[in-house]
Ligand binder design. Structure first.
Ligand code: SR1
Ligand code: MG
Length: 404
C-alpha cells in the first residue's frame, strides 16, 4: 500500500506490517494469526494484531471523517499530532501510556503497545468495578507530563519548538465547539430527553455559570501551560487491577489525538467530569456507597497530581525567579481550572455531541434523573470553585447536590 488515503482492513493489515516491520513491535509479521478491528471511538480504525507466539500490536489508522458521521470530514494529520503527544508523554511517564512502536506518515498509521490484558475504565465503572487506584495514577501522570512540558520543566526555545510541533488546530477547534460552545446554544449536535428540557433551560439561564464556561474556553484557546492529553475521559484509560482487593493496578492513558498545549487543569477536569458521570449512574442504580466513593476520588486525583508536581519542583528550569510562591499560585490556578473544566466536560456529555455509555445505557426514567444530577453537580463545580477550589470542599458540595 502506498499513499495516505488507502484504508486498512483486517485482510490487508498482515501484508502492510510485512512491508513495514518497524511498525510491528514484538509481532512477527510472517506469523500473524489474527487481526481484529476494535475501534469503538469516534474517529479511527483500530486493529489488534496477534502472532503465533501470542505477541500483539495495536495498529491505529485515522479515518478521513468522523466514524459515526461520514459527512463530517476530519484532517488525518491528527495522527501525527498524536504521535508527538504520545512520544513526548512516553518519554516522561512511560508507565502511564502505551509504548509507541512507530508512526508511518505515508499511511497515517500509529503502532502502539497491545494492552489487551487491560480493560477500558469506562466499561469497568459501568459494570460496578471502580478501580480506585486509577485516579491516583492519573494524577501522577498529569503531574509528571504537565510539569515536564511547562515553563518549569522545559527551557524556553525547546518548549516553543514543541508547542509548534504539537499545535492541533482542527481537533482543538472540535473541543472549542463541542465542549465550550454547542451545549450552550441551539445546535444540531445537541440532544437530550424531553424530561430534561427544564434542566437544560435552567443551565443555559445560569449566566454566572455560562460566563465561567466562556472564560474557560478563552483560557483553553490562549494558554499553552502544558502539553495535555486533551481527551482524558474514562474511555481513554486502560486499567488492570494487580491484586485481588482491586486497590492497586496498572493505568495507561491512550488516544491522545486531541493533545495540544493548553491549561493543565483541562486533563484533571476530564477525569473529574467522568467520575461525576459514573457517580450519577451509580446513584440512580441505587449504589449510593459507590456514588459517594466515586465523587470523592477527584480529591485523590488532585492530591496525587500536586504531590508529583511538587516532587519535581526542585528541578525547575529557573529557580532564580520561580520561587515557592510561584508554585503556590500555579497549583491554586490548576485546582480552580480543574473544577471548571470538569463542569464543562460533564455538561458536554449530557447536552452535546458524543454521549457516554454510563448514561445512555440506563433505562429512560433513570437516564433523565442521572442527566439532571450531572448538570446539577456541574453547576456547583463551575461557580463554587470561585470562592474556594479546594477539591475536598467541592467534593462535599457535589455530594450534597447528588444526594439532595
Ligand atoms: C467528533 S469527535 C467527538 C468527540 O470524540 C472524542 O472522544 C472527543 O471527546 C471529541 O470531542
Ligand atoms: Mg478517543
Amino acid at each position: 500500500m502506498s499513499g495516505g488515503s488507502e484504508l486498512l482492513t483486517t485482510e490487508t493489515v498482515p501484508a502492510f506490517l510485512a512491508e513495514r516491520p518497524h511498525l510491528a513491535g514484538p509481532v512477527d509479521p510472517a506469523a500473524i494469526v489474527s487481526v481484529v478491528e476494535v475501534g469503538d471511538g469516534n474517529l479511527n480504525l483500530v486493529f489488534i494484531v496477534k502472532d503465533a507466539a501470542g505477541n500483539g500490536v495495536v495498529v491505529k489508522q485515522s479515518l478521513p471523517h468522523v466514524r459515526v458521521d461520514p459527512t463530517w470530514p476530519l484532517t488525518r494529520s491528527r495522527t501525527k499530532r498524536e504521535a508527538v503527544v504520545l512520544g513526548t508523554h512516553e518519554s516522561i511517564a512511560p508507565t502511564h501510556v502505551p509504548a509507541m512502536y512507530g508512526f508511518d506518515e505515508d499511511a497515517i498509521v500509529l503502532s502502539i503497545e497491545d494492552l489487551s490484558d487491560h480493560a477500558v475504565w469506562r466499561g469497568e465503572l459501568n459494570a460496578g468495578r471502580i478501580h480506585p487506584y486509577a485516579p491516583r495514577a492519573l494524577g501522577r501522570y498529569v503531574g509528571a507530563v504537565s510539569f515536564a512540558t511547562s515553563v518549569f520543566g522545559t527551557p524556553g526555545p525547546e518548549r516553543r519548538r514543541l508547542i509548534a510541533e504539537a499545535t492541533n488546530p482542527e481537533l482543538s477547534e472540535i473541543t472549542e465547539d463541542l465542549v465550550f460552545t454547542e451545549p450552550y446554544v441551539d445546535h444540531e449536535h445537541n440532544g437530550w430527553l424531553p424530561a430534561n428540557d427544564e434542566d437544560v433551560r435552567e443551565l443555559r439561564a445560569d449566566r454566572p455559570f455560562v460566563h465561567e464556561i466562556a472564560l474557560a474556553r478563552i483560557r483553553f484557546q490562549e494558554d499553552a501551560q502544558s502539553l495535555v492529553h486533551g481527551d482524558l475521559h474514562t474511555g481513554s484509560v486502560f486499567v488492570r487491577a494487580d491484586d485481588e482487593t482491586g486497590e492497586t493496578g496498572s493505568v495507561r492513558a491512550f488516544d491522545s489525538e486531541f493533545g495540544t498545549f493548553a491549561p493543565t487543569g483541562f486533563d484533571l477536569g476530564a477525569v473529574w467530569a467522568n467520575l461525576v458521570i459514573a457517580a450519577a449512574r451509580a446513584r440512580v442504580l441505587g449504589r449510593d456507597a459507590d456514588a459517594s466513593r466515586l465523587l470523592a476520588l477527584p480529591v485523590e486525583l488532585v492530591d496525587a497530581f500536586e504531590a508529583e508536581y511538587v516532587s519535581r519542583w526542585p528541578a525547575r528550569v529557573d529557580p532564580r525567579v520561580f520561587d515557592d510562591a510561584v508554585l503556590s499560585v500555579t497549583l491554586a490556578r490548576i485546582r480552580s481550572d480543574a473544577a471548571i473544566y470538569a463542569a464543562a466536560k460533564a455538561v458536554r456529555r449530557i447536552v452535546g455531541f458524543s454521549k457516554v455509555a454510563d448514561i445512555q445505557t440506563l433505562p429512560e426514567p433513570e437516564r433523565a434523573v442521572a442527566a439532571r444530577l450531572v448538570l446539577r453537580v456541574a453547576r456547583v463545580l463551575g461557580t463554587a470553585r470561585l470562592t474556594d477550589a479546594d477539591p475536598r470542599r467541592l467534593t462535599a458540595l457535589t455530594a450534597d447536590a447528588l444526594f439532595a
